[in-house]
Design a protein around this ligand. Structure first.
Ligand SMILES: Nc1ncnc2c1ncn2[C@@H]1O[C@H](COP(=O)(O)OP(=O)(O)OP(=O)(O)O)[C@@H](O)[C@H]1O
Ligand SMILES: [Mg+2]
Length: 380
């Protein structure tokens, strides 16, 4: 079984209800959801993706990456968009009222049980969501920076101190780069930045390497299951500097040495050409880099396997079942792949939301609720 239910506890995280006001194409709508499986279907352009996006925003208090708050506000509606919902976590007695509003000027306001959380980013980790959308094929096909960011975001969900390390590393990198750009950089003067970059960078790379190893325990079987293929999949981490080992001390020494050795090159280039910000993470099928060789369907399957591996990680480490959002899954997965997916979702103890243009493409055999969406309204 891919998603084993814990012997002792079945941790639940359920969006029980959601009200949308002036969100994207929704003027005003209220929905109550099934605790396990929700199918959102309807023709193109009716509001299926917008509804999944709203579930995401209710749980994470922010739009998906690359979307600005002002885009969320409905054209021709009020000047702010409002989402309200009830989320149950761990037991039916533990429900949280969440309200998130976005202004067309770009601001937002979040209230949890009527109060503004002191630490919004930390509070958002209470309601873990894993999403799989058509554009995420880019995770396999796009630039390494996308994968670095994605792996870093998983680590932040598991080890909150990673977020501070990323911010600190970016700050030191900016300072080192402006020192190089000033044209006055000396090897003794830059040593201060090198030391800090090596120390913080080693913590970052150590966690990334550990994550890649854990992902690789899962992704091969998941990919073979989805693809029904002989070839397996894996993630690969390549440092932009030579390493003698994956322990923190070894990594720190390697980064420091690489920065020192690259000093004259960096002075000419006026930026830092080596370090964790230049490391490459690739996804591979049968040992070949997906960014170069995977077909669209293969790339989607490998990203889906990666997302499932991410869910397994939250189950193992945080003992949680994240909400799983799957947008437009029928578009690029063939019948065999879809069947595997729905068989697997039948075992998943967490809450799932799936969109499709056709309800008959959704081969889910368990209890569920269907929502037909038409022009920003639930038609049935
Ligand atoms: N801020 C906004 N205000 C009003 N309408 C919007 C806003 N943002 C997007 N829309 C519209 O919402 C409609 C529904 O979009 P959505 O992406 O949810 O459709 P969909 O049902 O997922 O379609 P598809 O099957 O093509 O993926 C689109 O026509 C889009 O232009
Ligand atoms: Mg859509």
């Amino acid at each position: 079984m891919i998603f084993p239910v814990s012997q002792f506890t079945i941790p639940v995280l359920i969006v029980k209800s959601l009200s949308l006001r002036d969100i994207r194409c929704y003027a005003s709508e209220t929905l109550s959801f099934h605790p396990r499986f929700n199918l959102v279907y309807g023709e193109n352009g009716q509001g299926k993706t917008n509804l999944l996006e709203a579930v995401y925003m209710l749980c994470r208090f922010k739009p998906l990456r690359g979307v600005s708050s002002s885009e969320i506000v409905r054209f021709g509606g009020r000047s702010s968009a409002l989402l309200k919902g009830v989320i149950e976590k761990d037991s039916p007695a533990l429900v949280t009222d969440v309200s998130v509003s976005f202004s067309d000027k770009g601001g937002k306001k979040v209230e949890v049980n009527g109060k503004r959380p002191a630490n919004l980013a930390k509070k958002a980790l209470d309601f873990e969501v894993v999403h799989f959308t058509p554009s995420e094929v880019e995770l396999a096909k796009g630039s390494p920076s996308l994968r670095r960011r994605y792996f870093d975001s998983i680590i932040c969900g598991l080890v909150p101190s990673h977020f501070q390390d990323i911010l600190d590393f970016q700050r030191v990198l900016r300072q080192r780069n402006s020192f190089l750009a000033s044209g006055r950089a000396t090897s003794s003067g830059i040593a201060l930045w090198d030391g800090q970059m090596a120390e913080i960078g080693a913590r970052i790379v150590e966690k990334r390497l550990r994550l890649v190893k854990r992902i690789n325990r899962e992704i091969d079987t998941l990919y073979r299951g989805i693809g029904g293929a002989d070839m397996g999949a894996k993630a690969q981490y390549e440092t932009s500097f030579e390493i003698s080992g994956g322990k923190r001390g070894e990594l720190s020494n390697s980064i420091k040495k690489a920065l020192e050795n690259g000093f004259s090159r960096d002075t000419k280039a006026r930026h830092t050409s080596t370090g964790p910000h230049r490391d490459r993470i690739s996804l591979q099928i049968g040992g070949k880099d997906c960014a170069l060789f995977a077909s669209q369907g293969e790339a989607r399957s490998v990203v889906l396997a990666l997302k499932m591996a991410e869910i397994r990680l939250y189950q193992e480490i945080k003992k949680e079942n994240p909400i799983f959002l799957l947008d437009d899954i029928s578009s690029e997965l063939d019948g065999k792949r879809r069947k595997f997916l729905f068989d697997m979702l039948l075992d998943y103890p967490g809450q799932v939301f799936v969109t499709s243009t056709s309800a008959s493409d959704i081969l889910y055999r368990g209890k569920h609720k269907k929502f037909r969406i038409q022009a920003g309204k639930v038609a049935e």
